[in-house]
Design a protein around this ligand. Structure first.
Ligand code: AMP
Ligand code: MG
Length: 482
């Protein structure tokens, strides 16, 4: 296909040893049809599809028309899934290529649901309409919330039916990511038992994401440190908005620090630290409050994979890595406290801030308080209407603390409103919008996407999206959607 769309491909991943990828083409889809294209995002990254007919767009975004200058491929990786090591790879994804934006930013453009690959194992390589639109909504919502994430450029309905627990319409999502280098990619490299593969991936990752480490004599250790910092920031963002990823397997952890893979993820309505939505997470491994400890566990897997190239004295390197990873807990706790202070509009530091914060959370848990609305209510100038005795006593302590450090209420409120969203993609509303997409009615989804664009601004339009679900509409489980 003639490339007058702004694509500027440079597939640097293909300079890695060939064990890391497989050159491969998406499946043929006889009757693809465009459901949605993220035109604003396309413009931001230097792409323009206005010259294309809708048929051409459909073919482009299901991988059936390949722009000049690239050649699709799938990536190899491994991963610990719910604690168990497995070799995986892109079983239903093809990278169209790496696009360099006019600003020189390198982005992976990837199709998800685009057919079988070398790595498909027993899977059909396909995806259903619902989960692909779900990823579109959630990734765009996360971006609007200011949280690092992969983005969504388009969804195409393939016109084919795929078999899951029932027959479902198929779809392909075009995902855009800073890269798809995962903790599981390093685990894959380590599993080849060839240190040259690990070194090659290390050099490549440093050059792509952490060029400031390129000259370091202890590159692998520095990378581990830098990735740990990014992961801490990411998890804190999730905790701040009540996001539960649901499948924090090591193949779903990107070294770039972006959120990836919106399978059974969900935002909490009622606060509970043990909240789990995913139907496949029976043990609560990836529950809300477990997300930081699991991240530390995932980083240990990265450290193990990097160890063979960390230095000559393996024992000393292992000890240093262990100490670094132990420091995760303190670093995270400190950053969490700081994040929670912002959510409550507390400037400066007071000795009993942690108790004050934990007491509120304990009350919220007991009362089944809505996570988003509780913090939003606290960030309006009015006194909350809650009459509960425990809450009233807490609120008094809170007001006193808030006026310490010479801070004004206005300043406190401004701080709170910058970190506490008014609207989040609530599960029941996302599900409602998605059920319509199966019938090709995209209206509710487009409306939801519009409201989610400015989650920190109060608008009339967002009012109806602020309500927690009625008990009958409460969603207790989400499904992986593979
Ligand atoms: P996920 O749970 O989406 O992170 O996927 C885990 C692994 O399963 C990845 O290697 C996917 O490529 C693979 N996978 C998921 N669904 C399918 C499918 N329908 N066909 C082939 N592979 C799949
Ligand atoms: Mg995945």
């Amino acid at each position: 296909m003639n490339n007058n769309l702004g694509f500027n491909f440079d597939n640097s991943y293909l300079t890695l040893p060939t064990t890391f990828f497989d050159i491969d083409s998406p499946a043929e889809f006889p009757e693809p049809c465009v459901a949605i294209v993220n035109e604003n995002f396309a413009t931001e990254i230097g792409l323009d599809f206005s010259s294309l007919s809708s048929e051409e767009k459909a073919k482009l975004f299901c991988g059936n028309l390949i722009p000049e200058g690239t050649s699709p491929f799938s990536q190899a990786y491994a991963g610990h899934q719910f604690g168990n090591f497995t070799n995986l790879g892109d079983g239903r994804a093809h990278l169209l290529g790496e696009h360099l934006t006019p600003e020189g930013v390198r982005l992976d453009i990837q199709f998800k649901g685009s057919g079988r690959t070398h790595y498909s194992r027993r899977g059909d390589g396909l995806a259903a309409v619902g989960p692909m639109h779900r990823e579109y909504i959630l990734s765009e919502a996360m971006h609007a919330l200011g949280i690092p994430t992969t983005r969504s450029l388009a969804v195409v309905h393939t016109g084919e039916t795929i078999l899951r627990e029932r027959h479902l319409p198929g779809a392909v999502l075009t995902r855009v990511a800073s890269s798809h280098i995962r903790v599981g990619t390093f685990e894959y490299a380590a599993a080849t038992r060839n240190p040259d593969n690990i070194s090659a991936l290390l050099d490549y990752t440093v050059e792509r994401h952490f060029p400031e480490l390129a000259e370091s004599q202890t590159k692998a250790m520095c990378l581990l440190h830098a990735v740990m910092e990014r992961q801490i920031h990411l998890i804190l963002d999730w905790m701040r908005v009540g996001f539960i990823h649901g499948v924090m397997n090591t193949d779903n952890v990107l070294l770039s620090g972006e959120t990836i893979d919106y399978g059974p993820c969900a935002f909490m309505d009622r606060y509970h630290p043990d909240q789990v939505f995913s139907s496949i997470d029976q043990q609560g491994r990836y529950a809300y409050a477990n997300q930081a400890p699991i991240t530390q566990w995932n980083l240990v897997r990265l450290a193990e994979a990097l160890l063979p190239v960390m230095g000559t004295d393996l024992e000393a390197c292992a000890k240093e890595a262990e100490e670094l990873l132990i420091s995760f807990e303190q670093l995270y706790q400190k950053a969490w406290l700081q994040m929670m202070r912002k959510k409550l509009g507390l400037l400066g530091e007071a000795a009993d801030d942690e108790t004050l914060i934990n007491d509120l959370l304990a009350y919220m848990q007991r009362a089944g308080a809505d996570f988003t609305n509780t913090f939003r209510d606290l960030s309006t100038a009015d006194h909350p209407t809650i009459t509960d005795e425990e809450f009233t006593a807490w609120y008094l302590r809170y007001q006193n603390r808030r006026l310490q450090h010479g801070q004004s209420i206005e300043h406190s409120i401004a701080l709170m409103q910058s970190v506490n969203p008014f609207v989040i993609p609530r599960n029941h509303q996302v599900e409602e919008a998605l059920s319509e997409t199966e019938n090709n009615n995209l209206g509710p989804m487009l409306h939801l996407l519009e409201v989610l664009k400015k989650p920190y601004d109060y608008t009339q339009a967002c009012e109806s999206y602020q309500s927690p679900p009625e008990p009958s509409a409460h969603i207790y489980q989400t499904f992986c959607g593979t």
